[in-house]
Design a protein around this ligand. Structure first.
Ligand code: GAP
Length: 460
């Protein structure tokens, strides 16, 4: 089995495009930096990851509530949350060719403890100390401006924005604000007993100056967030428990433990009691963050209470307080990429032929069953198509009639389809089909009348 260290990101990117997982956004116009589209296989895989997350973070917890909040929010939200002022990356410009760099990332590369949340003066003194070690990626010079905070919020307009008085609206810099804003609604509608959770999958937009590494750092992406509302000072135990739960979710998703690790934050923002990232070991770029877990105390609700003037206290049998929050925020694009990296492999078969396989667990596979008529003629295609229609009522199936049967098996293997059914000449006679397993490539004959039960069992 290929280790991630032996896989090449470039190959994975071209595989994603070739097999309809991910395309560059607006490609016929040469694309737009940091934006991607999911193709027919990608959209199914992404949906399966989301469904699995939703099942574990909403359905399987009796006190967790799912929401879907609007992209546009009152601009005061982003002022209260601090995003209009403080949501920024430290950028510096090469004085020779004007290329911009992320100073925190460049410092990290040379082994310094730096991150985007460091105060400007602190990051600048570290930058100054290391100025001989950091080169412009374009021209190679070592002559930069000072690091300046570059705000990441994307501004837009609603209504008649030609009028001078119209104020901008912001695209969400993080999906989680929609949860804080609905906390009071959930309490009023459902009277949840504390501790309880609110979960959401939502889009986020960031004006990343140097989007890079394919789906890893994009300007538009999705986050799957849970805010766990707890009683004050019950954070330490809950933070620990949340970390364990989230780590084991990734293992259940199928990512191997050796490719996962925690990275606890050293530089905490002033309101955070604790913070950690879950990192995945990507080919070529190594361990990088896929999820952030933050112990945020009562910071978020207290700023929204102060700025909105609304009482956001929770009434716990007469005792009133602002709940504290443990937040988990997973980047779906990054987890999608981690899944492809984990399960993509190339094998040399006994006959010397190479096959590419996406050995996804069945619940993640975009298509569960490929139905293949051995030949287009002699009524085989029509009979196979009937099976495809019948099975499509309960399973995501594909129908493939072009090329040799061997080529069709390969095509199904590449996109991770666990089972191929072949309708051949014996099928007419015996009312059965061949079922081929993607991983073992073994085949067995199953009666058409038993297919539904057989596949339900296999695809559980
Ligand atoms: N509400 C908390 C929050 O947004 P974050 O650490 O900035 O925290 C959470 O983001 C997750 O969102 C990250 O762990 C990452 O997986 C994903 N993410 C952040 N910026 C991203 C980007 N530019 N492109 C793709 N995913 C991103």
């Amino acid at each position: 089995m290929l280790k991630n260290e032996d896989k090449k990101m470039e190959e994975i990117i071209s595989f994603c495009k070739e097999k309809g997982f991910v395309y560059r956004s607006s490609e016929i116009y040469d694309g737009i930096s940091g934006c991607y589209d999911y193709g027919p296989n990608g959209v199914e895989l992404l949906k399966n990851i989301k469904d699995f997350w939703w099942r574990e973070n909403v359905y399987k917890k009796n006190n967790f509530y799912g929401i879907d909040s609007a992209i546009f929010k009152n601009p005061k939200v982003w002022e209260a949350s601090g995003h209009t002022e403080g949501f920024s990356d430290p950028m510096a410009e090469c004085k020779n060719c004007n290329t911009r760099i992320r100073v925190d990332k460049e410092l990290e590369k040379i082994g310094e403890e730096a991150d985007e949340k460091m105060p400007e003066s602190e990051i600048n003194s570290l930058f100054e100390k290391n100025k001989e070690k950091i080169k412009c990626p374009k021209c190679g010079e070592k002559n930069f401006s000072k690091a300046k905070a570059f705000n990441l919020l994307v501004k837009s307009n609603l209504g008649d924005f030609t009028e001078k008085s119209s104020s901008p609206v912001y695209l969400p810099g993080e999906a989680s604000q929609g949860i804080y804003l609905n906390y009071k609604n959930i309490v009023q509608s459902f009277s949840p007993k504390i501790p309880f959770g609110i979960s959401q999958i939502g889009k986020a937009f960031r004006n990343e100056i140097s989007p890079r590494n394919f789906l890893f750092r994009t300007r538009e992406f999705e986050q799957a967030d849970t805010q766990f509302f707890i009683a004050p000072n019950e954070n330490v135990e809950n933070f620990k428990k949340t970390k364990e739960e989230r780590f084991s979710w990734y293992k259940k998703l199928g990512l191997s433990e050796k490719n996962l690790k925690f990275k606890d934050h050293q530089n905490l923002v002033f309101y955070a009691a604790e913070a950690t990232d879950i990192e995945y070991n990507f080919p070529d770029f190594g361990f990088e963050e896929i999820e952030g877990i933050h112990d945020r105390t009562d910071y978020d609700l207290s700023v929204h209470q102060k700025n909105s003037g609304k009482d956001l206290n929770y009434n716990n049998d007469g005792e009133k307080f602002l709940p504290w929050i443990i937040e988990t925020s997973m980047g779906l694009g990054r987890v999608f990429l981690a899944v492809i990296c984990e399960f993509y492999r190339e094998e040399i078969l006994e006959d010397g032929e190479k096959r590419r396989v996406l050995s996804l667990p069945v619940f993640l596979a975009p298509t569960k069953i490929a139905v293949l008529p051995l030949m287009k003629k002699d009524g085989l295609k029509e009979e196979a198509f009937k099976i495809f229609q019948k099975l499509s009522e309960n399973f995501v199936c594909s129908f493939d009639e072009t090329g040799s049967i061997g080529k069709r098996y390969r095509r199904a293997d590449e996109v991770g389809t666990p089972y191929c059914l072949t309708y051949d000449y014996d099928s007419k006679e015996n009312q059965d089909v061949t079922v081929r397993d993607r991983d073992s490539m073994k085949q067995e004959r199953i009666k058409i009348s038993e297919l539904e039960n057989y596949l339900t069992e296999k695809l559980k």
